[in-house]
Structures are given as C-alpha cells and as structure tokens.
Ligand binder design. Sequence first.
Ligand SMILES: *[C@@H]1O[C@H](CO)[C@@H](O)[C@H](O)[C@H]1NC(C)=O
Ligand SMILES: *[C@@H]1O[C@H](CO)[C@@H](O)[C@H](O)[C@H]1NC(C)=O
Ligand SMILES: *[C@@H]1O[C@H](CO)[C@@H](O)[C@H](O)[C@H]1NC(C)=O
Ligand SMILES: *[C@@H]1O[C@H](CO)[C@@H](O)[C@H](O)[C@H]1NC(C)=O
Ligand SMILES: *[C@@H]1O[C@H](CO)[C@@H](O)[C@H](O)[C@H]1NC(C)=O
Length: 953
Amino acid sequence: MHPAAAKIVLLVVAATAAAACSFSPPAAATAGATHALEDSGARCLPHERDALLAFKQGITIDDDGFLASWRRGQEEEEDCCRWRGVTCSNRTDHVVKLDLSDSGLEGQISPSLIYLEQLEYLDLSWNGFNGSIPAFMGCFKNLRYLNLSYLSFTGEVPHQLGNLSNLRQLDLACFYMSHSDMHATNLSWLAHLHFLDYLDMTYINLSMAVDWPSIINSIPSLESLHLSGCSLPGTSQSMTQLNLTRLVELDVSLNDFGNPLGKSNALEFFGSMDQTIRYLDLSGTSILSGGVPPHLGNLSNLRHLGLGSMHNTMYATDILWLTHLQQLEYLHMFRVNLSTITDWSLLVNMIPSLKVLELIECSLESANQSLAHLNLTKLEELDLSLNYFGHPIASCWFWKVKGIKYLSLIGTYLDGPFPDVVGEMTSLQELHFDANNNLATMTVDLKNLCELEFLSLSGSLSNGNITEFIDKLPKCSSSSLTCLGLDYNNMTGVLPDMVEHLSSLEILMLSNNSISGTISAGILKLTKLQALFLALNRLNGQIPLLPKNLRTLDIAMNNFSGHLPVEFGAPHLEVIILSSNHITGHVPRSIFKLQKLSFLDLSNNSFYGELPRMPNLLSCLLLSNNRFSGKFPSWLKSFSKLVFLDLSWNNLDGTLPIWIGDLAGLTILQLDHNMFYGDIPVTITNLIQLQLLNLASNNLSGPTPQFLSNIIGMTTKAPKREWNEFSESLTDVLSVVMKHQELKYHPDGISDMVVIDLSLNHLTGEIPNEITSLDGLVSLNLSWNHLSGKIPKNIGAMKSLESLDLSRNNISGEMPAGLSDLTFLSSLDMSYNNLVGRIPRGSQLDTLYDHDPFMYDGNSGLCGPPLQRNCSGNNVPWHDSQKRSVKDLEPKIFFYFGIVSGFVVGLWVVFCAILFKRSWRVAYFRKFDKLYDKAYVFVVVTWARFASQATTN
Ligand SMILES: *[C@@H]1O[C@H](CO)[C@@H](O)[C@H](O)[C@H]1NC(C)=O
Ligand SMILES: *[C@@H]1O[C@H](CO)[C@@H](O)[C@H](O)[C@H]1NC(C)=O
Ligand SMILES: *[C@@H]1O[C@H](CO)[C@@H](O)[C@H](O)[C@H]1NC(C)=O
Ligand SMILES: *[C@@H]1O[C@H](CO)[C@@H](O)[C@H](O)[C@H]1NC(C)=O
Ligand SMILES: *[C@@H]1O[C@H](CO)[C@@H](O)[C@H](O)[C@H]1NC(C)=O
C-alpha cells in the first residue's frame, strides 16, 4: 500500500476507534510495516511511526521546525525512536514517552495518538492546540504522567481521564484569560486515580463540583494540589474538611469563599498541616482576614508561601513569624497591608534563602528604606508593583542586589532618571516598569544586559527619543530581547532602521507616542516579530513588506498613505488594524491568502473599488468610512465565524442577500450610510445573537421585518456579554471604562449597546407589534421613513429603552399610555407624524419635554399638556413656528452613531486584538503565567490606558 493511503486508513480507523480505546492496529498498515521493519532494520514500530506521522498531519503550524525530523526517508530517518521528543522502550521498542512541550505547535491533536498504546509519559503543554481535551486521552492504560496545561483548550474535562489508573501526575492548568472556558461539572472520576500524587487544575471552572473536598480526600496518594482560580464552591469551612495531613503542596489561591475561617478554625487548619507542608498559597482568597495568623511561624518546612486577600482585609503589624521560616524561597503577599511595618531590619539574615519576593499592593511606603537591610544575597525576583512610592528611582535599595533577574515595579510612581548602575545588572532578564505616569527618564546604556528578554516601560518615561533609546539597547553576540514595550510614553524621534541587535524581538509595542518618519524596509530583518503596535503616532509613508512571522499589526491613527503592498509578506497575519490613516487604492487580492486573518479594520481611510474575497475565518470585519463600491459581498456567505460586520459609510449598493440570515454568530451589523435598496430580508431575524442592527441612511424600502422576537440578543434573556466572563476585576475595570465613555460622549449613558436603527430609508407599512418583545433594546430609531399605522400599544414593555425616535413618518393614532412606563427613556422624538389625541403624562415624559420642546412638533392632532393646545373643543391645527430644517437634524443623527460605533470599535479592538489573540498572548503570558496578579496588573494597566485614551481623544 502507498504510505499516504496507509496513513489515511490509519486516520479513519483512529477516528472511529478513539471512542472505544481499541488499540489493535489496522491490518493493512501492519502488513506494509512489517515489510519496512525487515528492510530498514528500524527499531520503531511501524504502526506507531504511522500514528506519529498522522499526528504531524494535524499540525498546521510548526514555526520552530520541532517536528522536522518526523518524516519518512532513509533507514535512520525512519526510526521514530530517534525523532525529536520521542522516546522508546529499550525492551519493547514501543514509544513510551512523548514530550512536545513548548515547541510552537498549533493545530489539532490527532486521535491516531491512541496507537501509542504503551505510552507512559505525555507532555503537550504550552502549545497552540485548540478544541477540548480529547476523550481518547483516557485510553493510555500505562500513562503515569499527563501534562495538557496551557493549550487554550475549552469545554468539559472528559471523565474518561478516570480510566488512567496508573497516573501519578496530572496537569491541566489553563490561562487566566480563558479560565471560564474549561470546566468540570463532576470530579468523581478523580477518585479512580489511586496513585495520583500531583494534580493541577488551575483556572478550570469547578464551581459545579460541590463535593470536591471529599473527592480530593479519597485520592490516597495525593501530595500536591493546585486549584488556583477554580471558582471553588462552598465556604472557607470547606477547607477544614480537606485532609491536610499528607499534603505537601496546597494552592487554593484566587478562590473567593465569601467568608473568612475565623480564629479557631484557622488554628485547626494550620495545625493539621503540621510540618509536612512545603508549598502553601492562600493569596486572593477570603480564607483569612485581619492580622496575619501567628501559627504560620510553625510551618517550618515552607519553601513557598502566598498570602493575601481578595477583599483587602488582611494586614500585618509584625513579621517576626517570618524569621521561623528558614527554608523559605518564595514569599508572595498580595493586598496585605504592611504600612505599619517600618523596621524590616529585624529580619536581617533571618530568611537567607529567599529567592523570590513579591509584595504587591501592600501599601509599602518607600522603596529606599524598607527592606534595605535585608540580607537578600540570593534574591532573583522582586516584585513591588502597585505600592505608591513616588520618590526618585535612583535611591532604591534593590539596585544593589546584583543577581536580580526579574524586577517588577508597575504602578509605583518612582520618578527621576534611572541610575547608571542599571547598566551593570548583567543578570537582568525582565524589567517591568509600566504605568508610572510618565515621570522617569532612561538614558542609561543597556548594551551589556545580554540576558534581557523583557523590557516594558509603558506609560512611564517622559519625552524620550526613540532613535537614541533603541541605540542603547543590549548589543550582544546572541541577542535575547523578546518583548519591548514603550507605548504611552510621548517619545519623539524617528523609527530607526531595525538593526541586528533586535533580531529576537517578538513583540514591539510603541503605540501612543509621537514617533515620526516611516517604517523602513529594515523591519524585514525582525524575522521573529509576531506583534507590532504602532498606533497613535505620527508615522507616514507607505506600509512596507512585513516580517514573515507577523501575526498582529496595529498601525491605526497615523498618517500612512499610498497603497497597500500587493503582497503583505506575512502569511500568518491574524489581526490587521489600519484604521484612521490616509491609505488609498484597492485592497489587494492577496488578502485572501491570509488564511488565519480573524480581525481586519480598514475603517477611516480612502480605500475604493470592490472588496476582494477575504479569508473565511474572519470574526471582525470593519471597513466603515471608505469609498468601497459594488454589491454586498457575496463571498461573506460562508463566514460562520463573523461576529462584527461594519460596512457603514461607503458607496455599496444593490440589495441585501437572503442568506445574511445564515451568518449565525453576527452580533453587530452596521450597514448604514450606503446605497443599499430593496426590502430588508426577513431572514435577518434569524440572527438571534444580534445586538446592534444599523441600516440607517440607505434606500431600503418595503416593510420592517417581522419575527423580530427571534432576536434573543436584543432581549434581557440574552446571555451575558463576553467580558463578564473574564473576572470580577476585569468587569470592574470595564465598567470604569464604560463610565468614562458615557461621561465623555453621552450624558445619558450607553449602558449597553443594544440598538436598532433603520432611519433615513423608505420603509413602509406598520411598526411590527413584535418589536415590543425586544425588552433589552436601548435605542430604537425608525425616523425619516414612510411608516404608517399606529405605535404598538404594548410599547411600555420595552423597559430598557433609553432613546426612541419615530419622527418624520406617517404614524397615526394616539400615543399609547404605556410610553410613560419607560422609566429609562432619555430621548424621545415623535415629531412630524399624524399623531392625534391626548399626550400621555408621566414625570419622565414631562422632563423630556422640558429638555426638548420640539419632540411633538408637526402632529396637528396632538393635544393636552405639555402642549398649549386644549383637547376639548375643536382641534385647531397648531402653528409650527419653530420647525427645524433637515440640516439641523442630520448632525444629531450622525453624532449618535458616531458614539455607538466609536464605543463598539474601541471595545472590540481591545478584546479581539489583545485578549483573544492566542498566538502572541501565549508569548506574552508565558512571562505572566505565574500568578493571577500579574494578569490582573496587566489588565488594570491595559484598561487604565484604554480609559485615558478614551478621554483624551
Ligand atoms: C536505553 O538504552 C540507552 C542506550 O543504551 C540508554 O542510554 C537508556 O538509558 C536506556 N533506557 C532505558 C529506559 O533503559
Ligand atoms: C488523612 O490522611 C491520612 C494519610 O493518608 C490518613 O492516615 C488519615 O486517616 C486521614 N484522616 C482522615 C480524617 O481521613
Ligand atoms: C548574608 O548571608 C550570607 C549567607 O546567605 C552570609 O554569608 C553573609 O555574611 C550575610 N551578610 C550579612 C551582611 O549579614
Ligand atoms: C509630548 O511631547 C511633545 C513634544 O515634545 C510636547 O509638546 C507635548 O506636550 C507632550 N505631551 C505630553 C502629554 O507630555
Ligand atoms: C533623536 O535622536 C536622533 C539621534 O541622536 C537625532 O538625530 C534626532 O534629531 C532626535 N530627534 C528629536 C526629535 O529629538
């Protein structure tokens, strides 16, 4: 049989066998293989080699060439036991170990793996596999070690893992940002893993697993338990149910149990840990409150201690207990108020073993005295983020600790020039100095910092010169600088030719500065660059050919001009944001070759011509305010991932296709200010997730679509918005951001963006009664059409309505009394219709009238207060002396939609480009994976910046 054919057979058989754990290799493949074995003398078993090759076929990206050795070829090459990452048993020739961790792989995990029936060790961690954990993982009866951590998996953890009866270690940890994506509703399968000694389910949502303490207790050999950020159910009392006597490692950080343990329970809790515990992390929980419990000093074997509270309720007035922890290597405190501790010198020589010290948001007062006398000769990592110091950075004590590798000073407001000694810290690998509010200056020559990988000074430098700064970066034989963040620094100068010493760069963030000049062709030398952020600068010229591994390009709000390059040169591009430049010409056809493109924003440029076919994984397509022409793109038909489509303010025409209703994921649809004509397809109501529908200012005619009640996205029954899933803290920050937006743009507030706008068309017929079932709708604008009939009687059911504009139609009849039930209504326009009868009263409506006395104009039959016209007697037509012209009204309409799209675009740029882009997020969070607070800091900083950007625009 032809090898390729055998492979296909294998794949098919594997797919069907996966469910049943059938290991018997397919006959055809075995026969061919025995042959190969005799011929080549290869050691590896042929069906296992085929299984590995089939696995390789499922891999779509292998940037580092990790699997390059996995191929057919001459004898030696055929031996899969010599392939990278593969280990075979000397005795049986079976593959027993597969270690592919952190090897830059992306794609699907092929079920062909189940043919590696003797596998004992499987590590696929830190790669870009997606989907959910395959159930066939439960087939490896001999597996002792399984590591599927940090793979961007989603969905339920399969109970089949309970069949792995020989398992010793199980690691399923997830990223913080996706913590709500993976879940386990029932953990009873864990009780079958009798030999398990290590379990890590960090950030897997276990909120449904109410019996978790008893299940954990039933695993007799368990020593290490990591359940950080799992939304563990129950109260802090659940912790006392855990059998802690055998645990060596316990991490339940970032679980909010609601109430603290209390004094006596805390005593019991720590007492039962006795001398065994070496690793304890209770930070970001509510287990403890008040003063740090003195029992901690009894846990004399501790190597790792994490303390802190979710609700800012912990403090420490003395730290003498620390002196008993002679083995401590890692001390982490998050939100423990240490402001009363001024004399740390008591601790001199007391914790000589400390390697990592993190005191984040601990109300430390100064970084030039406190801690200065500690004998921290072994210190490698120091994090003092989110303490407000506000004194010169040069006077800080830690510059004297020469061996430091990691230094994080985010949000400390240290200022003044960096001391020259920084240039001698040759061990330094990471320096995080973000969000210090543009106070410091950095002119130190860093050329000798050959270990430096991560340098982030965002929002912390005042008025530097980018040309000079880049010239001072490390110049070493092998450069290691991977991430450089200098955004929000108001730096000037021109972008230098990207020189050799930056050749390791993967992420370059220079957004929001005053950098001028062009991007030179030298950028091509940055062959590892994955993300380039240059938005909000003064760059000009044409967009050059891009470095070949680029995945995210954000150059919005510059002065780029000219045409796009015919080929982009970066086939893996996923995010392209070019909005608000002066780019012109056609969008090149080569865009179709960017098969991974999921976010494209070309809005506010001067593109023209027809839209070329785009790759169909797009989820956000934003093309507004250009001069695109032609029909509604027919190639959009198969775009099942489309969430956000904005074609507004272009010259598109033709009718809207019936199949628009097949784009099931569509949440935001903006087609306003084009020249579309014909009916609104009734299928549009199949878009049940729709939140924003804007078809304003086209030439659409015919009736308003029926069946509007299908659109669950516009009701209060709509599933929670995406950002609520991230975490409480993100939601908090987000609401602050939204407040900013509201204050800035819209005094009445866009609490949500659930909108229908069909204004400025030629719609006829009545307003469908069904519209009143959209009780989540915030704004409804049907003005400037030819609608007739009556206002739906039940309009009072649209409880969320804040803005209602039915003006400039032929609507007749009376205004329904229910209008006065709309308590959130802050804008109402009924002018220029044929309404008659008494105007309903209500304090809300009366106030609105006080603000806008024109809202009932042009309805000769309306009477009663607040109008002057009396209802009794003959209805003398009211002379409308203050009639507003069309011109007066236009800006208002424009203004409103300016807000909505600005708001939406802002949010989505951040969400799509920063939070959802796995590829470079992996690179970024790899550095941040250690603990929630790092991600928390990142999120706070990011959103704080976003907020300040929103208010300065
Ligand atoms: C298999 O043999 C190699 C070479 O002789 C040796 O290095 C390795 O340790 C052996 N592995 C096992 C599992 O015995
Ligand atoms: C806790 O575990 C230890 C060791 O496995 C065992 O000896 C002890 O009986 C357990 N205690 C309880 C209360 O189950
Ligand atoms: C600091 O600790 C080291 C051992 O970790 C010791 O050799 C040294 O003398 C101490 N230095 C001071 C100033 O106490
Ligand atoms: C940014 O730098 C320019 C030029 O140096 C200066 O005029 C401007 O005030 C600075 N802006 C801020 C916010 O510091
Ligand atoms: C930035 O530095 C370069 C190199 O020293 C210099 O040529 C340029 O004039 C500087 N630009 C500004 C705006 O200061």
